[in-house]
Write a protein that binds this ligand. Structure first.
Ligand SMILES: Cc1cc2nc3c(=O)[nH]c(=O)nc-3n(C[C@H](O)[C@H](O)[C@H](O)COP(=O)(O)OP(=O)(O)OC[C@H]3O[C@@H](n4cnc5c(N)ncnc54)[C@H](O)[C@@H]3O)c2cc1C
Length: 279
């Protein structure tokens, strides 16, 4: 399908939307192309319910309210939206430009406004194993519905402006005591339990793998997810009897290996286990 218009705008974020208004005042018609399934760019996709405090004349307004107002403001200019598609190719043609989208829509216009903001954005995921299993269940990269977090214990990973904004925003609905800080005086490799927490081998290992005065990445433990700040490490030689730890770990590994090899054999050999019918 092909279209002709005055201006093509790549990106339907707040800048692209307001460009429709300014161009509309000059009597120019616009077509907007956006990769997302909705207009509003970062405001609608990443923080529709977060409050923004730096929009003139609005002491506070959420990302979605700002988008809704912009849509209302440009309605008289009848912009045409091509959503769910990337602006892929731009070619100079006589009298202007020809843009082709990833859905093979062709738009010709006298000029193109690039309002691509942060670009076609994707989440920067922390390097955690099996993270996909938890995504959109207990790990979120954007908050689209605050009510999901009501009464929940929330950890916000990150230390930038947004982390602070969301801390302010969510503090009133999160459950109290959401974070427990335990000061472990003497974590030692000889003891895989941490005082005040319990048996946590991964946590103990990570404590010794974290530099002094730095904060670890999240550690998935037996009972919780931990973040560790190491304040000091003694140079003292490791002392202690590790035979009990060794026996525990060997026992755990061997019973896990038994179970896993049994399951692997069962899957590969496609054997049906009917023993429970006879015992
Ligand atoms: C969590 C968070 C909180 C923020 N809080 C604030 C705040 O409180 N106050 C504040 O002033 N700013 C805040 N910002 C920043 C603000 O959202 C951005 O400055 C603003 O969205 C930029 O608007 P934009 O229209 O230029 O770009 P964007 O909002 O990034 O929109 C660009 C659009 O272009 C589309 N696009 C890009 N490339 C293509 C392509 N090739 N084809 C098709 N579509 C394409 C994208 O899909 C996107 O929808 C925040 C940002 C984030 C992430």
């Amino acid at each position: 399908m092909s279209h002709k218009t005055d201006v093509i705008i790549i990106g339907a974020g707040p800048v692209g939307l307001f460009a429709v208004f300014e161009l509309g005042l000059l009597n120019l018609k616009c077509h907007l192309v956006d990769n997302l399934d909705k207009v509003g760019g970062q405001c609608s996709e990443l923080y529709p319910e977060k409050h923004i405090y730096d929009i003139p004349a609005y002491p506070t307004i959420t990302g979605q309210e700002l988008t809704d107002n912009l849509i209302l403001q440009i309605k008289p200019f009848e912009p045409v939206f091509h959503l769910n598609q990337q602006a892929e190719n731009i070619k100079k043609v006589e009298g202007g430009w020809m843009l082709t989208t990833s859905q093979n829509i062709i738009i010709e216009a006298k000029c193109i406004v690039v309002a691509a903001g942060a670009g076609s954005f994707v989440s920067r995921k922390p390097p955690l194993e099996n993270i996909a299993e938890f995504e959109n269940k207990s790990i979120f990269y954007a908050i689209r519905d605050k009510s999901k977090f009501k009464g929940k214990k929330i950890i916000i990973a990150g230390g930038g402006d947004s982390a602070l904004d969301w801390t302010n925003d969510l503090a009133s609905i999160a459950s109290s005591n959401s974070t427990t800080v335990v000061s472990a005086q003497k974590a030692t490799m000889a003891n895989l339990s941490v005082q005040g927490i319990g048996y946590e081998p991964e946590l103990v290992g990570s404590i010794f793998g974290t530099d002094v005065n730095s904060i670890s990445a999240p550690i998935t433990g037996n009972n919780a997810v931990y973040v560790v700040e190491v304040i000091a490490i003694d140079d003292e030689k490791l002392e202690g009897n590790f035979s009990q730890q060794k026996t525990n770990i060997v026992n755990q590994a061997s019973s896990a290996a038994n179970g896993q090899s049994y399951n692997a054999l069962k899957e590969t050999a496609n054997v049906q286990d009917n023993r429970s019918d006879f015992y």
